[in-house]
Design a binder for this molecule. Structure first.
Ligand SMILES: [Zn+2]
Ligand SMILES: [Zn+2]
Length: 93
């Protein structure tokens, strides 16, 4: 099988789908890639970077919210509004 030139559907750049890659893809029964290696790795990186959200219930107002960190058990968790309010209060003192 010769190398194939494919236009990336994302960045419109032409990339080479090499003979070796084709073999690997066909062995795994995968479709011909539609994105260049750069866009593919970018996509994978985005998935890895996605912030984990933890559902919390605010100790102050009872509102449901999500935070980007794991709340410590036994410690009060605040929703964004209450957290910001507490911070600005602390700053003005
Ligand atoms: Zn691309
Ligand atoms: Zn709150």
């Amino acid at each position: 099988m010769p190398d194939v030139e494919i236009t990336c559907v994302q960045c419109r750049e032409v990339f080479i789908f090499t003979e070796k890659e084709q073999e690997q893809f066909y062995q795994r029964n995968m479709m011909t890639p539609q994105r260049c290696l750069r866009c593919r790795s970018k996509k994978a990186a985005q998935r890895a970077d996605a912030p984990t959200k933890y559902e919390i219930i605010c100790d102050n107002c009872g509102k449901h919210d999500s935070v980007p960190f794991q709340p410590k058990t036994g410690r009060s968790v605040l929703c964004r509004d209450c957290y910001e309010a507490g911070r600005s209060r602390a700053r003005s003192v």
